[in-house]
Ligand binder design. Structure first.
Ligand SMILES: CC(C)(COP(=O)(O)OP(=O)(O)OC[C@H]1O[C@@H](n2cnc3c(N)ncnc32)[C@H](O)[C@@H]1OP(=O)(O)O)[C@@H](O)C(=O)NCCC(=O)NCCS
Length: 507
C-alpha cells in the first residue's frame, strides 16, 4: 500500500480555470496561432497531433529534398575539441535558445508564456499542462484544452507498488536522482513503444506508442518524485494524490505541502525548467538514446543521469550547499567585501561558482529573472533572497575579472533553491529531481516529434588527434599552394581559411 497516510485535498482545476477565464486572465475561447500550426478545435491532444504530423512530415521532406546539401557553417578545430560549442547538429522543434535573449518555447519567451498560457488561479502562473500542449502542438491551448491534459495526466498518474519495492531495496542514502533514474527504469516494463516495436508496428506509427509512453511517464513523475521525497526525508509517510489538483500542484500536495504560494511556485518552476533547446546534456542524451529507438523510459532515464551532473542540473543542489557554507562562515548578512572574498576563495580552491555561467547564454538567464520576480512578489524580506540578490551585485564582477569565463551572469540554478527553501522544502539533494520532472515535458514532447518525423539514429563523426593534425597540415599545404599561385599571378592572396571540413561518418 503506497498510501501510509492521507493529507488534505485540493481545489478543482476546472473551477479555478473557469474563474481565470471569467476574470479574463486565460487565453479566451480560441487558441493562439503560432507559426505554421493551425488551431485545433478539439480538446483531444493526440487527435490534434495526428492532424499536425502529416503537415510537418511534408515540411521536413521538402527541407531535406530542396536544401539537404546546403552548408550552414564551418566546423572548426575548436568546435571538435570544445564540446561541439556552436556546432549545429540536431533538429529540436520545441524550443530555441538565443545567447542574448534566452529561451523561447515554440517562439514564446517566458513573460509571453506567463501572459498567454492558462492558469490555475486568476492572474497566476501558467500550468505546465498548457505548456505541454504548446510544446507538442505549437499552439497556445485554450483553458479547456489545458484542463483536459490535467485530467488525462491524473488518470495516467498511478505509480505501481513495485516501484516502491525496488526503491526500498536500494542502499540507504541513495541519492534522490539515482532513485529517480531507477524508478523510471522500473516503470519501463510497461512501455507501449517497446511492445509495439516487438510486434512490428510500422515506423509511421512509432510516434503514437511513444506519445502513450510519454504521457504515462509525465503523468507518473509527480507521484514518483513525491514517493522519493517522502521515503527519503519523511519516514515513508506517503500522501495519496488529489483527484482535482493540476499536475504540478498535485506533486507539491503529495510531497506534503499545501501553501497556495508553494503551489504557484511549483507551477512556475515546472514551466520554466522544461526545455532549453536540444544541445544541453539532458536533452541531447534523451534524444541520442531515443534515436536508437530505445523507448521513452530508457531515453529519459539516460537524460536524467546526465542531469545529475554538477555542471548541469545538480548545480541547483550545489548552489544551496555553497550558500549554506557561505552563511555558516560569514553569517546571515555578510557585507559585499566578505562575499567578494568568499567568491575569490571558491575560485582559488579550483571549484566553480555554482549557478553562474552558461555554455550558450551570454546574459542573465531569463529563468533566473522570472524566479527573482516571483521572490520579489512573494518573499521580498526573506534573508536568503536578499543574500542571492547581493551575490548578483558581486559574483559577475569577480568572475569577469578572471578573463576566461564567457558568461559571468547567473543561470536558472542560482535562484531556484531560494524559492524551495522559503516554502520549507529544505532538502537540497532533492532539488534536481524537481528539475528532472519538469525536463520531461520538453524532452519527451520532442521525442514524440523525433519519431513522428522519422529522425535517424544519431551518429556524428569523431576524430583522433593524429587525424586532426593531418587534416590541418593538408589544409595549410593547400593554402600555401593557393597563395603561391596567386603571388605568381600577382593577385591578392586568398583569405586564409582556418576551418576544417568534417569528413562524413564511415560507419
Ligand atoms: C555552465 C558551465 C558548465 C559552462 O561551461 P563552459 O561552456 O565551458 O563555460 P566557459 O566557456 O565560460 O568556461 C571557460 C572557463 O571558465 C570556467 N568557468 C565557467 N563558469 C564558471 C563558474 N561559474 N565558476 C568558475 N569557473 C567557471 C570554466 O570551468 C572554464 O575553465 P577552464 O578553461 O579552466 O576549464 C560553467 O559555466 C559552469 O561550470 N558553471 C557552474 C555550474 C553551473 O551553474 N551549471 C549549471 C548551468 S545551467
Amino acid at each position: 500500500m503506497l498510501a501510509r497516510a492521507l493529507l488534505g485535498g485540493g481545489q478543482s482545476l476546472a473551477a479555478t480555470v473557469a474563474a481565470a477565464v471569467a476574470a479574463g486572465t486565460g487565453t479566451g475561447t480560441g487558441c493562439l496561432l503560432l507559426r505554421r500550426f493551425a488551431c485545433s478545435e478539439t480538446n483531444d491532444l493526440k487527435k490534434t497531433l495526428s492532424d499536425l504530423v502529416p503537415q510537418q512530415q511534408e515540411r521536413l521532406r521538402r527541407l531535406k529534398k530542396d536544401h539537404g546539401s546546403r552548408a550552414l557553417r564551418e566546423v572548426t578545430v575548436d568546435m571538435v575539441l570544445g564540446g561541439m560549442r556552436g556546432l549545429p547538429g540536431m533538429l529540436w522543434e520545441t524550443s530555441l535558445l538565443d545567447p542574448e535573449e534566452g529561451i523561447r518555447f515554440r517562439g514564446l519567451s517566458i513573460p509571453e508564456l506567463q501572459a498567454r498560457l492558462p492558469t490555475a488561479v486568476p492572474g497566476g502562473q501558467p500550468i505546465p499542462e498548457g505548456l505541454l500542449w504548446l510544446l507538442l502542438t505549437g499552439q497556445v491551448p485554450t483553458p479547456e484544452q489545458a484542463a483536459s491534459v490535467s485530467e488525462e495526466l491524473r488518470h495516467r498518474g498511478h505509480v505501481p507498488p513495485s516501484v516502491l519495492r525496488v526503491l526500498d531495496a536500494m542502499p540507504p542514502g541513495t541519492h534522490p536522482m539515482t532513485q529517480l533514474s531507477v524508478g523510471v527504469m522500473t516503470l519501463q516494463s510497461g512501455s507501449h513503444f517497446a511492445a509495439a516495436y516487438r510486434r512490428g508496428v510500422p515506423k509511421s506509427r512509432h510516434w503514437q506508442a511513444v506519445y502513450e509512453d510519454s504521457m504515462d511517464l509525465i503523468a507518473k513523475l509527480p507521484q514518483l518524485a513525491a514517493i522519493i521525497y517522502r521515503r527519503t526525508y519523511k519516514g515513508g509517510q506517503f500522501v495519496v494524490p488529489s483527484s482535482s489538483l493540476d499536475w504540478a500542484a498535485n506533486m507539491v500536495h503529495m510531497m506534503g505541502y499545501q501553501d497556495p504560494g508553494c503551489l504557484e511556485m511549483m507551477r512556475m518552476y515546472q514551466t520554466i525548467h522544461s526545455d532549453h533547446e536540444g544541445g544541453n546534456v539532458s536533452a541531447h542524451t534523451t534524444h541520442l538514446v531515443g534515436s536508437a529507438l530505445s523507448d521513452p523510459y530508457l531515453s529519459y532515464a539516460a537524460g536524467m543521469n546526465g542531469l545529475a551532473g554538477p555542471l548541469h542540473g545538480l548545480a541547483n543542489q550545489e548552489v544551496l550547499r555553497w550558500l549554506k557554507d557561505l552563511t555558516a562562515k560569514l553569517g546571515p548578512n555578510p557585507d559585499k567585501e566578505a562575499v567578494r572574498k568568499y567568491v575569490e576563495d571558491t575560485l582559488a580552491s579550483g571549484k566553480v561558482v555554482p549557478g553562474y555561467g552558461h555554455a550558450v547564454l551570454r546574459k542573465t538567464d531569463p529563468r533566473y529573472t522570472c524566479q527573482r520576480d516571483f521572490a520579489s512578489r512573494y518573499m521580498p524580506e526573506y534573508p536568503l533572497f536578499k543574500l542571492v540578490s547581493n551575490l548578483y551585485e558581486v559574483v559577475p564582477e569577480v568572475l569577469g575579472k578572471t578573463g576566461k569565463i564567457k558568461n559571468p551572469w547567473p543561470n536558472v540554478d542560482a535562484h531556484s533553491g531560494v524559492l524551495l527553501q522559503y516554502y520549507g522544502i529544505t532538502e537540497e539533494n532533492f532539488y534536481t529531481v524537481l528539475f528532472g520532472v519538469s525536463r520531461a515535458l520538453g524532452v519527451l514532447a520532442q521525442g514524440v516529434w523525433s519519431r513522428a518525423l522519422g529522425l535517424p539514429i544519431e551518429r556524428p563523426k569523431s576524430l583522433t588527434m593524429s587525424e586532426l593534425e593531418q587534416m590541418v597540415a593538408q589544409q595549410q599545404k593547400r593554402e600555401q599552394q593557393q597563395q603561391g599561385a596567386h603571388n605568381g599571378r600577382g593577385d591578392a592572396p586568398a583569405a586564409a581559411d582556418s576551418a576544417v571540413a568534417a569528413t562524413p561518418a564511415t560507419s
